[in-house]
Design a protein around this ligand. Structure first.
Ligand code: ADP
Ligand code: NI
Length: 191
């Protein structure tokens, strides 16, 4: 659909230079995960899921944007098309809730799917890679990155909203756990 294609281009322009793990490739993986969950669960409005996934990191609170800034940017993008106002409001609500995901409950099924899709990208091989990229960017040492696995990543599986995401999370977590176990073995020094 041409609206989705254009939104992708717009988001690509805006996230091109991000080095914090919220880059365009992350957005596209979240988009792919969200569609995968939608295809299996067969629930929610596909267009709202697609738009919310594509826009979910457009103006993250980490970079000082607030709910209102995010609303403005999303309106700027979506008002170029004839999309029902009600749908746009739903997308804004989802992106705003997910941006402050720490603690906020996402109400709509579309929001739940996008939140799961975002969390899946913090798990598995890609989750490991992102943790080390992010850790490096804030000058963490190895132990601090390992701590992040226990503080956050190993908790995500049980916080998934949908059954489909929980299943994918199980496989990804297993791999991540094996990795941490092996890493522990390799870095242990008994001299
Ligand atoms: P969200 O996708 O909800 O915006 P974050 O911005 O918290 O999540 O994290 C983005 C990525 O960076 C994730 O893959 C996460 O595991 C990683 N990350 C976040 N904080 C840390 C940290 N302190 N150390 C290592 N990796 C981190
Ligand atoms: Ni994200």
């Amino acid at each position: 659909m041409y609206i989705i294609k254009n939104i992708k281009e717009e988001v690509k322009k805006r996230l091109k230079y991000d080095k914090t793990g919220h880059d365009f490739q992350h957005t596209m993986r979240v988009y792919k995960n969200a569609l995968e969950i939608y295809e299996i669960e067969k629930t929610g409005d596909k267009f709202i899921i697609e738009c919310s996934a594509l826009l979910h990191d457009i103006a993250d609170h980490k970079f000082g944007y607030n709910d209102n800034d995010r609303r403005k940017i999303i309106l700027e993008i979506l008002n170029n098309y004839s999309i029902e106002k009600e749908k746009i409001e739903k997308i804004i609500d989802i992106v705003n809730t997910i941006s402050f995901s720490k603690g906020k409950i996402v109400k709509s099924i579309e929001g739940k799917i996008v939140q799961d899709a975002d969390r899946l990208d913090a798990l598995g091989a890609i989750g490991i890679a992102r943790a080390f990229i992010y850790g490096g960017s804030i000058k963490s040492d190895l132990n601090e990155v390992i701590k992040h696995f226990y503080d956050k990543l190993f908790l995500l599986k049980d916080r998934m909203n949908t059954k489909t995401a929980k299943e994918i999370a199980k496989t990804r977590e297993k791999f991540m756990y094996e990795f941490i176990k092996r890493l522990d073995r390799e870095i242990k020094i008994n001299l």
